[in-house]
Design a protein around this ligand. Structure first.
Ligand code: EPU
Length: 438
């Protein structure tokens, strides 16, 4: 059973914490290992449950993993990759969406792959139709079976001309992980270009891939017959960094985030400055603090990179409950990432969600019936409540809200937060939070 936290809020969070490799790069870098014919070394790996899940999946497929030597370092040996049983994959994958990304690499190495039912956070439908479409374009054959999907490539995988309907992060990664060893050249248009994807491209280049990224969301990949190993330090987790920055703002605190980098966080830093938060960037990290006095309400729209990433939206909403006036949020990446706001309402926040697009960014949900915009009216005096973590980012946001609130809160289901926030209870200690784990 998942544990709970009892938090006593109402005091500023002050202190230093460190972020290590980004969850959303590390899990993909581990998948890339399956393409290699030599051992690989990944550094800066955080201790989060998503990494354990991917490690378990790789081990099921015959990858030998050694994490004992040095903190944050994984040695992965894919020399003897083998087929795993779909029931084992299913039992192990839990809510992870990683099995779908293993398809291309496994098709190259073994000629077949299985995908069980896929999970991930409950923040929308999160289908895999784009993934299956691109795999078919490369020549994969998808066979639906009661236990899941079986993929084969009877004529091998061949380079393709692909136009994504939306710059999906996972599908762009799928194309990269499949095209690097497909026969011939692949042209991918309307690709996602998140910094974590560029870090994956860097890893694949170290392995021997030939990939050019153009300025117009076009990526060209020349397939090569063989890929070697890599040694790579993962890009730091900008979502975790932004989440702690929001914790500083919402609690009128001051947090130094060692490891945070400016370039991948520019969109976040602009919002942080507009709202009235302060930050100071040095070579080692970024200090975030509340400047004192009122902070400003504002309008934000989430988008694919280089826009404001959707994973910052939930912690930002908590910080926006403390601003003066009306803030407007337009979520354009997921159709259902505002459901977490109802519990904030129970804590005293004034948040109204809307089906309309409250913003001008092109949005796939403009004619659909999804509550994907919100108006936050502040500043609200948050009070403690008993709430349950709905998803990873929403869960951390509830911790921020509980720490900003007056009185005691009980937050249930916190194990979900360990999927993406390394040692967060130790970090809560480091910033002076008053809490008990039960
Ligand atoms: N989509 C489809 N069909 C598909 C794939 C995606 O309709 O086959 C839709 C999704 O439903 C969503 C949109 O496209 O509405 C964007 O999805 P995308 O494929 O970009 O997201 P993802 O690869 O599943 C990754 C991160 C998410 C992050 C998004 C957007 C990982 C493991 N997950 O998901 O991170 O929010 O990109 O940046 O990299 C998190 O860390 O908490 C998290 C959810």
């Amino acid at each position: 059973m998942s544990r709970s936290l009892v938090l006593n809020g109402g005091r500023p969070l002050i202190g230093d914490i460190e972020v290590r490799g980004a969850k959303n790069l590390v899990s993909k870098a581990m998948v890339a290992v399956v393409l290699a014919e030599e051992p690989c070394r990944l550094r800066g790996v955080p201790e989060i449950s998503d990494v354990q899940i991917v490690a378990g999946l790789l081990e099921l497929h015959g990858v030998k993993i050694d994490s004992s030597d040095r903190d944050g370092e994984l040695l992965l040996d894919p020399t003897n990759v083998e087929q795993a049983h779909v029931a084992d994959i299913d039992a192990h994958a839990g809510s992870s969406r990683v099995p779908v990304l293993l398809c291309g690499p496994l098709l190259h190495r073994l000629g077949e792959a299985f995908i069980p039912d896929l999970g991930g956070c409950r923040i929308g439908e999160r289908p895999i139709n784009f993934h299956l479409d691109v795999l078919r374009t490369f020549g994969a054959v998808v066979d639906k079976r009661p236990e899941g999907l079986r993929l084969t490539a009877p004529h091998g995988l061949k380079g393709a001309d692909i136009q994504l309907p939306y710059p999906s992060v996972g599908t762009t990664e799928q194309v990269l992980l499949t095209a690097v060893r497909a026969e011939g050249t692949t042209v991918l248009r309307n690709a996602a270009i998140e910094p974590e994807i560029m870090d994956l491209v860097a890893i694949l280049q170290k392995m021997g891939a030939i990939i050019s990224v153009q300025t117009d969301r076009r990526i060209e990949i020349e397939g090569v017959p063989r890929l070697g190993g890599f040694d790579h330090l993962a890009i730091p987790d900008r979502i975790e960094a932004g989440s702690w920055a929001c914790a500083a703002l919402a609690t009128a605190g001051d947090i130094y985030v060692r490891g945070a980098q400016q370039q991948p966080m520019m969109a976040f830093l602009n919002v942080f400055r507009r709202v009235g938060g302060s930050f100071d960037i040095d070579d080692e990290g970024i200090r975030f603090w509340h400047s004192g006095g009122d902070i400003n309400s504002l309008a934000i729209e989430t988008d694919v990179h280089p826009g404001l990433m959707t994973d910052w939206q939930q912690p930002l909403v908590v910080a926006l409950t403390q601003t003066r006036g009306l803030s407007i949020i337009h979520e354009t990446v997921y159709e259902n990432r505002l459901g977490f706001t109802s519990a904030l309402g129970e804590m005293g926040a004034q948040i109204q969600t809307y089906r309309n697009c409250l913003g001008s960014s092109p949005c796939r949900f403009s004619r659909a019936n999804f509550q994907h915009s919100a108006v936050v009216s502040g500043p609200a005096r948050l009070r403690g409540a008993e709430i349950t973590v709905p998803d990873l980012r929403g869960g951390f946001s509830y911790l921020i809200a509980a720490l900003a609130a007056e009185g005691t809160s009980k937050v249930h289901g916190i194990d979900l937060i360990y999927r993406g926030y390394e040692n967060f209870s130790t970090k809560l200690d480091a910033v002076g939070a008053d809490y008990d784990l039960i």
